[in-house]
Design a binder for this molecule. Sequence first.
Ligand code: 13P
Length: 251
Amino acid sequence: MRKALIAGNWKMHKTVAEAVELVEALLRDMPDAPDREVVICPPFTALSPLHALLANTPLLLGAQDVFYETQGAYTSAIAPQMLTELGCSYVIVGHSERRAVFGDTDAIINRKLHAALQAGLRPILCVGETKTQRDAGKAEQIVVGQVQAGLADVGGAQMAEVVIAYEPVWAIGTGDTATSADAQAMHATVRATLDDLFGGAVAETVRIQYGGSVKPDNVDELMAQPDIDGALVGGAALKAESFLRIIGYRA
Ligand code: 13P
């Protein structure tokens, strides 16, 4: 049985003061959620204050990116150990905004994923096709290729720590979510790819999140799909009320 994982990717939103305010609101009303994991991924600047605030709470901390070296002359970069020191248990790698805006390639993403695993962080590997690629009938090919490249040289045993997030680029921040049937179909394709790479026993245990305009009014239907094991939430994670409703999905 896969434990659902709901993660909030705050992107470049919230000052420290705003982050603390949001987390206090979440903690006030968060249900005891033993059957689902909940992670927030704030900007790097808010990790340290939130680490203190989240001690002994059911809310886990994650980061939005990581560099693959452990230290050195890499101006602006954040090393995996810097994240574990601040209580991060998850880190997003390969988000489409990192790919499109910052030039992260599959090879770079694969190095980041390995570095995360090495440091004891659980990577959330994001994959997803653009609208142009989908319209050209290439969505599956693109997603399968990103999964294969992102997971290059990862061992089956390490997959216990890895989460995949399918985020169709055209559904991110647009309000234009994939239908639950389309999302389920791609999740099944991702799981089949994991089966090819690691075998059925591993493929059945890896959690695959859906991301892209997940909202209170579509989360229940998405989470009811057999291969959707969680959500990676952007905009709707920035307000306590909507994120709490998403955490409390009823599938
Ligand atoms: P939205 O939920 O705002 O569409 O963002 C999704 C996303 O990119 C999460 O990583």
